[in-house]
Design a protein around this ligand. Structure first.
Ligand SMILES: NC(=O)C1=CN([C@@H]2O[C@H](COP(=O)(O)OP(=O)(O)OC[C@H]3O[C@@H](n4cnc5c(N)ncnc54)[C@H](O)[C@@H]3O)[C@@H](O)[C@H]2O)C=CC1
Ligand SMILES: O=C(O)C(=O)C[C@H](O)C(=O)CO
Length: 255
């Protein structure tokens, strides 16, 4: 019989994953996807109270997981948490926020708040997890939840776009530096997904209609649309995928 190529595995048994922003939205979905695939998942959020129900439901499903209180804007706390709880084979950095304002009206405080989480926090968390892996001599998969707005602009979104374009930049640079160590670094770039972050946007029917026109597949996204892409990048199925952006945007950026 002719030997056939072996299908790569999407399973994650024996891997330890850290997911930030895990108490809601995309982060929560990614934590479930990784745990379902067999990883032990550390769910990080600023407040443990909001995580409790998620952890309880995941335990009821038989998933291996635990909670971690972590503000990713606090770089010293991030470094301490990762050195105490790591090494992590998988990182999904989903913590993020937005402040919408016309570029002419943007306030310094809002600029700093967005950058401190979306860029500075994500950068130093990725650095800390990679350091742990390199010290342990282990490979890993580090995934930043970026955005389609890391590839196109948006009205009143200049700071958010700046933060996410920057995430794409450091992701590529780190992928180059750590490739030989077997550490892959990628982004996932969602279109509009219904989560607490986008509640206000989804409350405006005209804006939703405009968004649905821009998305070539004609619909906005749900958290489940992102879970599969993160699972793929985390797994050995993506063993040669690094420094790239996986667009989950229904074709928004295709033209
Ligand atoms: N919902 C959407 O349409 C899209 C979301 N994204 C990105 O996906 C990621 C997740 O967002 P969603 O799940 O939609 O919103 P979400 O609001 O449900 O999740 C974001 C989480 O980040 C947490 N967070 C904020 N600041 C933090 C900090 N300093 N330390 C720790 N955690 C912090 C929030 O508490 C929240 O749980 C964000 O990075 C966002 O920019 C990207 C494209 C589209
Ligand atoms: O309501 C918005 O606009 C946003 O919050 C932006 C989304 O998070 C986003 O990244 C859409 O691509």
């Amino acid at each position: 019989m002719m030997p056939l190529p072996k299908t790569p595995s999407f399973r994650l048994e024996g891997r330890r994953a850290l997911v930030t922003g895990a108490s809601s939205g995309i982060g929560q979905g990614c934590a479930v996807a990784l745990a379902e695939a067999g990883a032990h998942v550390v769910l990080a959020a600023r407040g443990l109270q909001r995580l409790d129900q998620t952890i309880q439901s995941m335990h009821e499903q038989g998933y291996s997981c635990e909670a971690l209180a972590l503000d990713i804007a606090d770089v010293a706390a991030v470094q301490k948490a990762v050195s105490q709880q790591g090494p992590f084979d998988i990182l999904v950095n989903s913590a993020g926020l937005a402040r919408h304002a016309a570029a002419l009206d943007t306030q310094l405080e809002d600029f700093d708040t967005v950058m401190n989480v979306n860029l500075r926090g994500a950068y130093f968390l990725t650095q800390a997890v990679a350091k742990g892996l390199i010290e342990a001599g282990k490979p890993g998969s580090l995934i930043n939840i970026s955005s389609q707005m890391a590839h196109v602009g948006g009205v009143d979104r200049s700071v958010y776009c700046a933060s996410k374009f920057a995430v794409e930049g450091f992701t590529k640079a780190m992928a180059i530096e750590w490739g030989r160590a077997g550490i892959r670094v990628n982004t996932v770039c969602p279109t509009f997904i219904r989560t607490p972050l986008t509640e206000q946007t989804f409350d405006q029917p005209e804006r939703v209609r405009w968004i649905e026109e821009k998305i070539k597949m004609g619909r906005t996204g749900v958290v489940e649309d992102i879970m599969g892409s993160v699972l793929y990048l985390a797994s050995d199925a993506a063993a040669l995928v690094t420094g790239t952006a996986l667009m989950v945007d229904g074709g928004w950026t295709a033209d």
